[in-house]
Design a protein around this ligand. Sequence first.
Ligand SMILES: Nc1ncnc2c1ncn2[C@@H]1O[C@H](COP(=O)(O)OP(=O)(O)OP(=O)(O)O)[C@@H](O)[C@H]1O
Length: 841
Amino acid sequence: MTIESGVPEREHSITLEPVDRANNIERSLNCSFGEPSEGHLSASLEHRSAGDSSTPESTPEDNGDLKDRMRTNLFAGASSKTQLRLARCRKAITLDFRNVYYRVPIRQPPPPRNSFEQYIWRPMRGILPASLTERTYGTVELLHGISGVVRPGEFCAILGGSGAGKTTLLNALAGRSAVPISEGSILFNGQPRTHATRRLIGYVMQDDVFFSNLTVGQTLQFTADIRLPRSMSAQEKRERVDEVLRFLNLSKAKDTIIGDQQFHKGISGGERKRTNIAETLLTNPSLLLLDEPTSGLDSTTALAVVRLLKDLAIAEGRTVIATIHQPSSIMWAEFDKVLLLSEGSVVYFGPAKDTASYFEKQGFRLPYGYNPADYFLDLLVSSLESGGRMTEERWATVPDQVRWETRRLFGELDRYPKPSEYPIENDYNFTTSMVLRAAWKLNEAEMLIRERDMYEERVREYSTVARAADASKREIEQAGNEPVQVRSSETLRDALQTLQSRLPALGGRSGRVEAAPKESDHLVIKLDSAIDELVEDDTEELEEIERHKYPVSWLQQFRALAIRAMHQRKGVLFTWTTLVQCVIISVLVMLIWINSPNNADGIHQRFGLAFFSGIFWAFFSLFNSITSFPSERAVLAKDRSSGSYMLSAYFLAKTSVESPLELIYPYLYILIVYFATDLQRTARAFFLFVILLSLLTLVAQSMGYWISSMVMEFKQAQVIASIWMLASMLVAGFYISESQIPVWIRWIRYISFVYYGYIGLVMNEFEGTTYACVQDSSIAKSYPSCSLSPPQPITPQEVYQAYSVNTVFGIGGSIGMLIMFLVVLRFFAYMTLKYVQAVRK
Ligand SMILES: Nc1ncnc2c1ncn2[C@@H]1O[C@H](COP(=O)(O)OP(=O)(O)OP(=O)(O)O)[C@@H](O)[C@H]1O
């Protein structure tokens, strides 16, 4: 709907939330401001003038301003207009956190009690999950009663020195903490977090965690496929990706791989950061939480990121909270609210523009021309770093009440039972941080009471707006599609003006208010039927979120995950070094075994070839796959904590894509080696060789999955894999026959898949064929058939006997055992990933 307002001081137009639907407004009001409940305290309302809003439909003046900003804005090129409107916020969220305390258990390994624990158990313990080997010794409190409210349309920056608790607080707000908060509440529109709210929260991690072999476009497409609702078509999802790419000026980098810091250079640091934000924006979150989105960026790019966040808050009605390191003064001016933290306590929370006056009241005057952020953070950090007390001059400037509160909180009050006896000196070495924390404690109650009054006033104000909009709606309906002239009362005009300035914060509907340079008490209102459709879409989308646990079905998850796994694994597996390694080994094997004789003298060589083939590909595959989960751990945790997909879809997609890829090199080896080395030339033997080697490779891969799901640390996984493979190799029967292995470790072979692979390959080579004896050969003489007169061909049974091959299983049995290992090991890997690693949902 378009409203043309006759307010003379406003000569530009802006896009706002709908005023055509009273019920939507009511709903928005409910979700933005809720019903004032008992004890519900809120932060101050900052009335932003309508002209401040960077909104999609801006006038030339606004555009001029916008262009100025865009000059330094690396996101220029994005017509924020269309993109912002298309990626509109679905529901306004007010985040209200009260008295949040967060404590974590202190975990420490128990001290060794004897030499076994000291020299054997301790080094081995590293490979087990910490939860099994560490004990809890009490708790440590990281957040001490943090309160605040951030509303739709506001951009709140969390600031503090290193270790102040910024990330801890952000994680707690996002529901991503390792343990739940100990006390207090975190409410979304007055309600605890639900499944549906979780999907409306976008969390941008400090580390840009991606699959390095995917391009920016592929990465975003994956996110779109998996996290956008099932009601959207593939085409719509592609369009959303292109929109976000354009919006963040990433179109140029669409086909560039993300890369990593060490081996493959990919996109730049700024592009990485924007890709990170883009991934979150794709899902159109209503509440955006960002952990240090500007870290590692140059000042221009960092400012551009901050302005983007501000635009997302104002123009889209999103609630944006970000931890920011070292903001410049220009950046400071962009913050609506700031939350200053020191040692896990609030030092200030409120409008950024009021910070200086608040600090001044506490005796800390912002020096002229100083960057506010630098000054406030210096006050907190320098006092901590030096550990020094406040100077006497500064202490003297602190109000009496605050000095008293500091003593009450951090000093020994017993020494001075009466306030009149308190010495004026800073006798406890109080630091600036202590004084400011005490000042805030004093101030907090007072501030919150004041803000509750403002909140109630605000609710009343919006009720007026809602009634006004309802009245307008009725007039519009009576007038059909024609522009309507509404002679408004003073109240209506004021209400609409307020609405105009605050509507973007009410939750994702669109309408337009245009200034008309004429009579001040006339409003011209037009209906825009397209807006109605958008509203319907939103409702459906929200209902869908409530209905389904995951945005898309299991099959859709599987498909998207399989495509991603394919792109990623291709890049890891198909490198020149791996190809060259495979070819060199294959050619070497071919050259060594090319002349193996087809008689008694060649028997041992065939054993060697079968053994080497099995062991080499088992090693190759095992070591390829032990990097599997550790390298994806961060991405998996990120995806799972945003509730994107089921672990079963991830595991099955990954393993089913990687398995065929893992077989490509062994097949190349078979092609080079099999015929050149004169292995048994029958179709049956060839295909059985292919099947056995494939199974061995896949079982080794499964073993690698299991190990890597268990320990998640590459080095530890490597140690376990090496021990396992070397033990398997030793007991398989090639180096030493079964009867020579001590009885008490003989059983190991039965739990070693290498053993079954080796038996299968050997029997496949000798089954159905005989070998001629060689005259004067010492090897041949060891076979009974060669001692006969005339010598008889050596039978497979004689060979098995000579090499102590256990024929109980046979080729079929070996294949069966390998299949069993395949299934069991994969099942173990999945269960370990699900339960032992406790990858968070
Ligand atoms: N699980 C934990 N156990 C014990 N202490 C912890 C734990 N997690 C965080 N801390 C401590 O809590 C404090 C706050 O950590 P946090 O990561 O929130 O700081 P921050 O303000 O984000 O710092 P930075 O800006 O350096 O990232 C730090 O001193 C940190 O060592």
